[in-house]
Design a protein around this ligand. Structure first.
Ligand code: ZN
Length: 231
């Protein structure tokens, strides 16, 4: 059985990944949307770097939860028949042991050179304008997909969705795209679909099955069912 899993913010939230939003929805007086765009980076690169440097530093203090660990356990059994597509830019899936993973929105622990386009694993700050290890130019930016930019590896994602027997969306409440597009595409290829989310989402009706509850409980139970051959 080929499975594609999409994970969103809900699975990271249960590990305590900070959102960096004040009670009024702002970060240091900026709307988050206003520090997550190419225009913002051109206008105020130091502000954008400070935002992502803080987020990069923060994920060092969190750990994968049972949902991440269960997906790694599923990959151990399924190998190439499982692909995890995540909207999250943290590395909790990797730290749980997953290796077949697509970060469609990029990664905090990666730097993208605006001069030579090289992507480099990166755990330090970028706000002090270090040189690119490849070309030496100090044009590194966070390797995250900003508003108005194209997500990574969409061809690979849609190919996997088309070949999938089962599509599972985890923790993507409130984000109609891409979950809605993915579930319809997977269904077009003949896949069943399951939603595992804290609460029923706006697109729950598009799924064959929807379960509500914490990912840390739902995902291990669902993985147990798959491994027992019950799905
Ligand atoms: Zn470079």
């Amino acid at each position: 059985m080929k499975i594609v899993v999409l994970t969103g913010a809900g699975i990271s939230a249960e590990s305590g990944v900070p959102t960096f939003r004040d009670a009024d929805g702002l970060w240091e007086g900026h709307r988050v949307e206003d520090v997550a765009s190419p225009d913002a980076f051109d206008l105020q690169p130091s502000v954008v770097h400070r935002f992502y440097d803080a987020r990069r530093a923060a994920i060092a203090g969190v750990a994968p939860n049972p949902a991440h660990l269960a997906l790694a356990r599923l990959e151990e059994r399924l190998g190439d028949d499982l692909l995890v597509v995540t909207q999250n830019i943290d590395d909790l899936h990797e730290r749980a042991g997953s290796t077949r993973i697509v970060h469609m929105h990029g990664e905090l622990r990666s730097a993208l050179c605006r001069a030579c386009r090289t992507r480099t694993p990166w755990t330090d700050d970028l706000g002090d304008y270090p040189p690119c290890p490849r070309c030496g130019v100090s044009e590194l930016r966070p390797d995250v997909v900003w508003f108005g930019e194209v997500p990574y590896e969409m061809d690979r994602i849609f190919e996997a969705l088309y070949e999938a027997d089962l599509f599972v969306a985890i923790g993507t409440s409130g984000v109609v795209y891409p979950a809605a597009a993915f579930v319809q595409f997977a269904a077009g290829g003949g896949a069943r679909s399951v939603e595992l989310n804290l609460v029923a989402s706006d697109v729950s009706g598009d799924f064959d099955e929807s379960r509500a509850g914490p990912a840390g409980q739902l995902v291990p139970a669902w993985v147990d069912e798959v491994l027992a051959g019950e799905l």
